[in-house]
Design a protein around this ligand. Sequence first.
Ligand code: DO4
Ligand code: MG
Length: 286
Amino acid sequence: MKLCRFTTATSPDVRIGLIANADTVLDLTDAGIRRMQGLIERSDVGGELTRLTQAGLPEHSLDSIRLLTPVESQEVWAAGVTYLRSKEARMEESDFSATAYDRVYDAARPEIFFKSLADKVVSPGEAVGIRRDAGWNVPEPELALVISSSGNIVGFTIGNDMSSRDIEGENLLYLPQAKIYTASCAVGPWIVVGPSEDDARQWSIRLEIRRGGNVVFVGDTRVGQIKRPFSELVEYLCRSQRFPNGAVLLTGAGVVPPDSFTLEARDSVRISISGVGTLENPVAVV
Ligand code: DO4
Ligand code: MG
């Protein structure tokens, strides 16, 4: 089942929707649901969503609504160097920091970093940013875990951990500048509730980048290539840290364009995860 946040053409109010089938969204407003958090915090969220599908709620066609990021008030965090491909790419980009990436891939403690406040997260269709002071910018297509305040994985969505590789490669201490800036994090298009980690590990991730209508990069990986169990990533995220609004955790990138590739303004970044859907954003200089 898929939960979304959306607006309609006739009202700027943010609504919560349940995607009933490929074309239709059930509007949960009439059931008194105006925020996602109450649903995400329920221990029986799957059962509650099933009940809501049978409640005769008003419908909208998916074409007629504007989807917003499903990140409502959660902080967004990200795990890094969870795929072998990510470790190798980062070791290539930096002599200076290569051993750090090598070590963290095998260390007991994963790399986990803060990525975005909720109100800075980019929605589907909005522009993601490339920094004006960077010359080598890439998207990072990542499965995102939606986590309740008690640390349970409630669902899955898609994240784009936009990164400036030249800034990150110059010095590891510049990582926050390479990763956290205006429009550097897109999440969407909705949250899939129900699948287990074993289900998610069967999913494929595809990154496609278009320029002027032509595909200039396409690459694939499988979620099953992530080295660490999701429970381990979540356990480290929640160690000595409370998330009263829950959290969203991006699980790392396993598709990295070749070193000769950098994004340009007006490119389109399309990330598809087989069990979730597609997150698509144009690119703008920020
Ligand atoms: O250590 C740098 C960031 C790693 C990352 O974002 C990733 O592997 O996805
Ligand atoms: Mg990443």
